[in-house]
Every structure is written in structure tokens, then in C-alpha cells.
Design a protein around this ligand. Sequence first.
Ligand SMILES: Nc1ncnc2c1ncn2[C@@H]1O[C@H](COP(=O)(O)OP(=O)(O)OP(=O)(O)O)[C@@H](O)[C@H]1O
Ligand SMILES: [Mg+2]
Length: 517
Amino acid sequence: MNSSSSNSEASPARPALVLDGVTVQYDTVKALSDVSIAFEEGRIHAVVGQNGAGKTTFARVCSGLVKPTHGRVHIGKHEIRTGHVNAARAAGVELVHQSFALPASFTVAQAMEFGATRHSGLFTRRQLEARWQAHLDGLGLSVSPREVIRNLPIETQQGIEIARALVTDARVLILDEPTAVLAPAGVETLFERIRILKKRGVTVVLILHKIREMMAIADTVSVLRRGEHVTGPVPCASIGAAELSQWIMGDAKAPVQAAAAPPRAAEGLTAPTVLRMHKFSTQPDAEGAALNEVSLDVRAGEIIGIAGVEGNGQRTLVRAISALAGTASGTLEFGGKDMTHSDLATRRAAGLRIIPFERNVEGLSLNSSLWENWSTGRLLQGGLLSFVRPKKLQAECDVALAQWDVRYANCGQPAGSLSGGNAQKVIFAREVDDSARLIIAAQPTRGLDIGATAYVWKALRQARDRGAAIILISSDLDELFDISDRVLVMLRGQVVGEYGAPYDLRQVGQAMVGAHA
Ligand SMILES: Nc1ncnc2c1ncn2[C@@H]1O[C@H](COP(=O)(O)OP(=O)(O)OP(=O)(O)O)[C@@H](O)[C@H]1O
Ligand SMILES: [Mg+2]
């Protein structure tokens, strides 16, 4: 567990990063409200809070991306010019964004050089590669500088992003929800890297949602709620999960645990099949394992969980069902009709709904308003002609977003101005509706706070109980076991196992790595 031995977080002896009365006002929303906080040098500091609490804004202020309306930022002993990335960088602060994006076609060495503006001079390629190799090795990254980014697993890409941030000898590294893109094994690797940094004296600020993760890695925790600084940094060792939830949620109702799902097996056998894939194979494409003769039946009123180590065809499965992956052979029936060659619009009209992996890229148009984003679904689902009445759609949008407790100022604001978790809820509000017949939910709770996570589980169960078929893809086995009626395991583009409740963690885990009988 954590190795905190400090008892003086309230007034750190050697502050590495200090915010003093920082307020960030966006139109009517105060993203941060008079926040004063000081982080001690050389430790791991978690920052937690609900979706929309102001965590990303906080990270962006520290790294110079956002200029606060009021307030000051000190790095070490020096006050920095706020709102200037170069000033923050020169003072040793680096931010790894949640939606990090290394150029996919670059080699690792090229990506590293991208951040290495401080090293001037003439070097041979071999010298540069040797230097990057040493730098990567030092962070426990076993990757050759010649590898192409696109071919690397997501946790390695993230490791490289961190390595790149540290090329300039950053003293303060801020990571915005670094675990949201990682499978559990990747989280462990990330934490190992972070511990290496701590040993080198780097101050790490980690934005997280999962209390379990926070307890495993952080020395201190600080809580933001609705833009206000509630507490911290306090030593993690001194607080309990219940107390922490209370700080995070405030007066908001604690998430209600939905009733345990009744087994569906008996009635499931007679319910109509909504999706049937028969020996379905896709063309190889650059974005992950191709499907190899996948046969799959999903019935109305059941939740099928898809387990698997990331990169084993889960993304391709979503793309195939969404008509976005090239079919090589096999058939796909949806709602009893052959739809092997139908397009996405046809499938949507028949009741297909998708909560995609890459929500910011595939799920929302960030420059369009919330109501436009929300109503796109309706328009696509309608008949040949749709009569668009913005006022009516806006009113309906407000009702739908309220159900999901989306925090926003007005439904005319662009989707890009929402916090990560709230943007995700807009997608749910659009996709999980009464007309959904098949919902594919890819990592639906990543990046959501505890309240929103409980709500998602409840909503998926309710949709199932209304008769929708649901495919839940998750790398969180607890989540899969909790709400799935059956769990299938994917490995190298194939379905290699099927399991029913009560689930055996070992059995499923072995199937995931191909070690099952
Ligand atoms: N550019 C912007 N324009 C308008 N409002 C914004 C902008 N950026 C953030 N906000 C608002 O500021 C508030 C805080 O957002 P922020 O992204 O900091 O939250 P967060 O704690 O990171 O949430 P999450 O866990 O969902 O990522 C939200 O209400 C958000 O809608
Ligand atoms: Mg955020």
C-alpha cells in the first residue's frame, strides 16, 4: 500500500507547486473558485472529484494552458506568469493530457525528439537513439526507439508520452486521468513508472477517479467539488474510503447500488435473437486485431460481457457491428434481417446504439452545440423525412441531459466545453433511449465518477429489462461480472470462451491469456 510517512501536508516544508486564490470563470460557470493549495516536493499527490469538479481546469492552470481569472501560481520558490505554457515548462511543469495523442506514424525516437527542444547540437541518429533508449530504459519501458507508435499497445504509448514529458527534466509532472485509458495490468505498469519518478525526486500530481487506485499509489489526496477546494493535501493513510466519498460527493446522494441482476439464462433462451454473427471475419486493418470467424448470438433482454486483454479484437468488433470494418467473410443478422452489407445509418434506424471507445473522436462533434449532438441520434433514427424543430429538440435535450445529471450551462454551448465525464454522459443520454434494440457499450464507465458509474450500470440494466440487447466491453472484470448475464472472452480476434454466473475469475483470466483448457 502506500508508504506515506508525512504528517505535515497542511503546510509543506518544500512546496513544489502552489496555487494561491485561483479562480477560473467561463461565462456563467466557475470552473475553479478561489483555490489555494500547496503540494510538497517529491511526493505523489492525488486530486479527485466528481465529473466537472474542475480537475482538468486545475491541471491546465498549473501547466499554463489556461490563464486564471484571478490568482497566482508558484513553482518552487518562483511565481510564474500564468497562462503561458512556456513559462510553466521553463519552471519544470509538464502535463500529460487524458486524451494524449502521439503522432501515429512517428517512430519512438521521433516522438521523443518532438519534446526535446532543449537539447541543441549536432547528433548522429545512432547517438540520438542511444540516448532515447537510455531514457526509456530508465523508466522501465522496454521499447526500441525504432518502433512505430501506431504498432504499440496503449500503455506503452502512454509511457512514451510520460517519457517525452520528462525529457526536459520536469520537476512537476501532472497526469490527467492517466488510468482511464489503461487495462488493470497497464495501471500497475504506470504506477511502477510513477514510483521511479518519485525516487528521482519528481513531484507527481495525479488526477484519478478510483479510490482503490488512489490508495495504491498516492501519498496525499486533495478534493475538489464544484470548483471549490474541499480538502487536502491530506495523507492518504489517514483517511477512509467513506470519508473520502463524502468529501467528493458532498450533499449529493451517495450512489445507490442497483439490485443484483437476476439470472437471465432461462428466459434468455426463448427471447428473440437481436444480433447474430456467423463465422464473421473482417479485413485486416491498421486499428487492431481483425475478427477471425466470430460467431455470436445476443438475445433481447440480456447483457453480454466481452472480456479480453485490450487489442484482441474488441475495437474491431465494435467497428464490425457499426458497419465500419470491411467484411471479409461470414454474415451478420440484426433484428432477424441479414445486414452483412448494410450501412451504419440502416443499422441505427433498426435500433443500433453505440457508446464508442474514443468518445471525443467518434462520439461527439466538439464544436457543435449540446442539443445538436444529442439530437443527431433522433434525426438519424427517423424516417426518410425529418422535420427539425430546434426549440422542441432543445427542450427535449434539456430533459434528457437532466436525467443523466449532466453539468452544463445551456444546451447551446459546444460539447467541447464540457468536462470529460459530462461529455460522456451526453453520449449516454443520446444512445440509451427507449428505441434502442442493441446497445454496444465500450468501456462505458472509464473516466466517470462514482455516482455516474453507478448510474450507468443502472441504466444498462434498465435497458436490458426493457428488452434491449447489450454488449458490454470492459477490461474491468468486476464490472463485467457484476452486470453481465454471460461473459465471452476474446483473444486474437476470436471468441475463445463463454462463461455464466457465478463467474470464476481464474478461469476467465486464463482464457484471456490463452492458458485455458
Ligand atoms: N472551455 C470551457 N468553456 C466553458 N466551460 C468550461 C470550459 N472548460 C471547462 N468548463 C467547465 O468547467 C467545469 C469544470 O470542468 P473540468 O473539465 O475542469 O472538470 P473535471 O473535474 O476535469 O471533470 P471530469 O472528471 O469530467 O473530467 C465544467 O463545468 C466544465 O463544463
Ligand atoms: Mg477532466
